[in-house]
Design a binder for this molecule. Structure first.
Ligand SMILES: O=C(O)c1cc(C(=O)O)c2c(n1)C(=O)C(=O)c1cc(C(=O)O)[nH]c1-2
Length: 257
């Protein structure tokens, strides 16, 4: 198993108090969450053209699709039935349950509105290489790391409601191809994400008790910020500047049927 922090550096070190620990987690978001990325500033500020928004939605589908897979991978390692009972709703939130189509269905409403066929989106064949590598790194991470560190990696969700609110308002105001129906995915997450992040935060405060475990959790949030940031770097490089689209990835204006 890869260690994400050098544990020996913290042997004998005083653990953080629960409040200090939470503050250290939140400080990672304040420094490196992807709300600070120039591509998001452009997306929310109406500075992208429709093709660039399409490329974002197409690539971001891969993240949506990876999240329930990483939750399933996580659950496969959990022996505590109570924790599995709590965690399973994350899969339902994305994949849906019964009549409820779930977050992936809502994401496909967005890509429908942007004119992509569902077959093209769900095949992921137009996604950027870096998108695919980044999202799979997240799935691998929860397979390889200790459970408490895997839980901590979901904690970027602490910072997600603010960016979702900014995105809903910004995209509705700035793009005529966006309406309430298309933004339904993010509206739903405003209620779902706080529940998930509150549970995960309590879980790590209760279960990461040594300084080394706590530092591992903080590093997990840094890692996850990297997963998110790398996806936006790749979008910026391919579709904003210098505009170099890798072979096989979606090209603006390309017929995708
Ligand atoms: O739009 C965003 O900026 C954003 C970020 C994140 C995140 O911070 O990982 C998630 C989501 N959205 C999201 O919609 C979502 O369902 C989600 C699940 C998870 C996770 O790590 O389990 N993160 C996120």
């Amino acid at each position: 198993m890869n260690e994400i922090v050098k544990t020996s550096a913290f042997i004998g070190a005083q653990p953080y108090s629960p409040d200090e620990f939470e503050a250290a987690i939140r400080a990672v978001g304040a420094e490196r969450y992807h709300d600070k990325h120039p591509f998001h500033k452009m997306l929310h500020g109406g500075q992208l053209n429709k093709e660039q928004v399409r490329a974002w939605a197409l690539n971001r589908y891969c993240y949506q699709e990876a999240v329930p897979r990483k939750d399933a991978a996580f659950m496969s390692r959990v022996h505590d039935r109570e924790l599995r009972r709590e965690w399973i709703h994350r899969i339902h939130d994305h994949d849906g349950l019964g009549e409820e189509g779930g977050g992936i269905e809502r994401w496909l409403v967005l890509t429908d509105a942007l004119g992509f066929s569902r077959e093209y989106v769900t095949s992921r064949r137009g996604a950027l290489p870096a998108t695919k590598f980044a999202v799979e790194a997240y799935v691998r991470f929860v397979v390889e790391q200790p459970l408490v560190i895997a839980v901590a990696s979901s904690l970027t969700e602490l910072f997600a409601p603010a960016i979702h609110r900014e995105r809903i308002a910004g995209m509705l105001a700035n793009y005529d191809f966006v309406d309430d129906r298309v933004m339904a995915y993010f509206k739903r997450r405003l209620a779902q994400a706080p529940r998930d992040s509150e549970f995960a935060l309590n879980y790590i405060k209760t279960n990461a008790l040594t300084r080394a475990e706590q530092e591992g959790c903080i590093a997990a949030v840094r890692f996850k910020c990297d997963v998110l940031w790398a996806q936006l770097d790749a979008l910026h490089y391919a579709y904003v500047t210098p505009g170099l689209v890798p072979p096989g990835a979606y090209r603006p204006g390309q017929a995708t049927e």
